[in-house]
Structure formats: structure tokens, C-alpha cells
Write a new protein. Structure first.
Length: 149
């Protein structure tokens, strides 16, 4: 129910004795135009971030430095991804509950986002998330039924 769309994307990597380089182009290496970038850093040991879903937002999450875990949940299935390479990104589709934990010291979590910041796009309560999933399913079913008529 959505989590199957969330995948690790291997990004281009230019290996060089002087230091490696990775680049990302919107709509080419990832399935959306990049409208915003933000990053998490100086995360104290044992802290977790996230704990919400987005109605429309698509994201690519990268461990630009160090490592951390991303737990994704589509209301039916929960999956834990371990990110520890600068050339791997985790694509997160809309309507996925996410939590980030297990940050290594000095890690940097870089996020590319498909939309500008909009608090109305957040669902910050898990029960509300589950209810919204149900509503979306009903709307989809109605649209399919109407299409058949
Ligand atoms: P939030 O997305 O809740 O953090 P996380 O999911 O990583 O725990 O954002 C924390 C605060 O930062 C919140 O008050 C909103 C603000 N914020 C912005 O103003 N712009 C942004 O692009 C982001 C991601 C957050």
C-alpha cells in the first residue's frame, strides 16, 4: 500500500583519488523536480527525528555523512532502511509515515524535497495518518467505480 514505491536509489558517483563526487538532477536521477533542500546535523546521540507523514511531498533522504536508520510505514507495513553511503538515496513517496533514528555522531541527513515548506502538508498524528489513508482509499475506489459506469 505505498511502501513498495519507496526505494534506495543508487546515485552517480565519480570516483577520484582527490575525493569522490556525487550529483543529482531533478526528474533524471530522482522522480521529481527539486524545490527545497534541508539537512539535519548535530543530532545528539539517542535522538530521533521525523514522526510524521506528508500528504503530497516526495523526498530523497541521503546520509551525506555518517549513518542513520529511516523507518517507513504505509499503515500496513513497516520497513527499516540503514543509510550509510553518500551515493545512496532513499526515495519516500507521499503518505508514508517516517521516523529517523540511530544517528552516528557527526552524521548529516540531507533531504531533497519536491515542494516548498508547507505545514499543512504534514500529518503529525499517527491515528490521523491512518484515517487519512482510509479516506484516500475510499476516494480512489469511488473514482474507479465512476470510471466503470
Ligand atoms: P520537522 O519537519 O518537524 O522536523 P523533523 O521531521 O526532522 O523532526 O521540522 C522541524 C521544524 O523546522 C518545524 O518547526 C518546521 C521547521 N522547518 C522549516 O521551517 N522549513 C523546512 O523546510 C523544514 C523541513 C522544517
Amino acid at each position: 500500500m505505498g511502501i513498495e514505491k519507496c526505494k534506495i536509489i543508487e546515485l552517480p558517483k565519480i570516483t577520484d583519488a582527490r575525493g569522490n563526487l556525487t550529483f543529482i538532477e531533478g526528474n533524471k536521477h530522482i522522480p521529481f523536480e527539486i524545490k527545497r533542500i534541508y539537512y539535519l546535523y548535530d543530532v545528539p546521540g539517542g535522538e530521533s527525528r521525523g514522526g510524521h507523514a506528508h500528504r503530497k511531498l516526495q523526498q530523497l533522504i541521503i546520509a551525506a555523512s555518517g549513518s542513520f536508520d529511516v523507518i517507513l510505514d504505509d499503515g500496513f507495513e513497516r520497513k527499516r532502511f540503514y543509510l550509510n553511503r553518500s551515493y545512496y538515496g532513499l526515495y519516500v513517496s507521499p503518505m508514508i509515515w517516517r521516523e529517523l533514528d540511530n544517528f552516528s555522531s557527526g552524521s548529516v541527513c540531507l533531504v531533497l524535497a519536491s515542494e516548498l515548506y508547507n505545514e499543512n502538508d504534514y500529518i503529525r498524528d499517527y491515528e490521523t495518518f491512518k484515517k487519512q489513508l482510509k479516506i484516500n482509499q475510499e476516494i480512489k475506489k469511488e473514482e474507479l467505480d465512476n470510471g466503470k459506469k
